[in-house]
Design a protein around this ligand. Structure first.
Ligand SMILES: C[S@@+](CC[C@H](N)C(=O)[O-])C[C@H]1O[C@@H](n2cnc3c(N)ncnc32)[C@H](O)[C@@H]1O
Length: 166
């Protein structure tokens, strides 16, 4: 089944977080990352994206996340919003545009209004932004047909890692 994942970041604050998000985006097969604001600019070269996924995943600055909604995508806000759906029971759309708020704020109410769904992760406190993206993408993968082949392990691990269960 056709699957597409696009991420929208509202004015992300820290280079570390954005670089970690780009690494997660590469690992989980995100098509592109859109962001607003000026605080991101230097993050593209930041060390946390050690696999340099920013060179292969389109990472595009836009004035408004609503201008970047992919054709046919279902818009999913990821935020601590009263009335939102807990992520563990959420069924992810095939073609999804996930929008996240900044580390020092929340997703704008106008963006929340645009969403087809809003989900939250039932944590005891708010998560770090990059951690939220990782949990969201993991949850999506776990609920779909994922590649559980040994080839994927071999391709994903360090070249000097030859570990196998005996
Ligand atoms: C550190 S949080 C910012 C504070 C958060 N808006 C709040 O009200 O506590 C950064 C972003 O990560 C996402 N986030 C963090 N924890 C979350 C959770 N438990 N559920 C859903 N989104 C979360 C949201 O997109 C949020 O805007």
């Amino acid at each position: 089944m056709y699957s597409a994942v696009t991420i929208g970041l509202q004015n992300p604050k820290t280079a570390t977080n954005v670089a970690s998000i780009l690494r997660a985006a590469g690992c989980f097969g995100v098509s592109s990352v859109f962001y607003t604001g000026q605080r991101f600019r230097h993050a593209k070269e930041f060390h946390a994206d050690t696999k340099s996924f920013h060179r292969t995943i389109p990472t595009v600055g836009v004035d408004d996340l609503s201008a970047a909604i992919p054709k046919g995508a279902t818009i999913v806000g990821v935020e601590l919003v009263e009335g939102a759906t807990p992520l563990p029971v959420f069924e992810h759309p095939h073609n999804a545009y996930y929008m996240f708020g900044p580390e020092d704020g929340s997703l704008d109410a106008a963006l929340v209004d645009l969403c087809d769904h809003v989900v939250y992760i039932p944590t005891a406190n708010s998560l770090n932004l990059a951690a939220t993206v990782n949990v969201l993408l993991y949850d999506r993968m776990a609920k779909r047909d994922y590649d559980d082949s040994v080839e994927l392990i071999r391709q994903s691990r360090d070249t000097n890692n030859r570990l196998t269960l005996r």
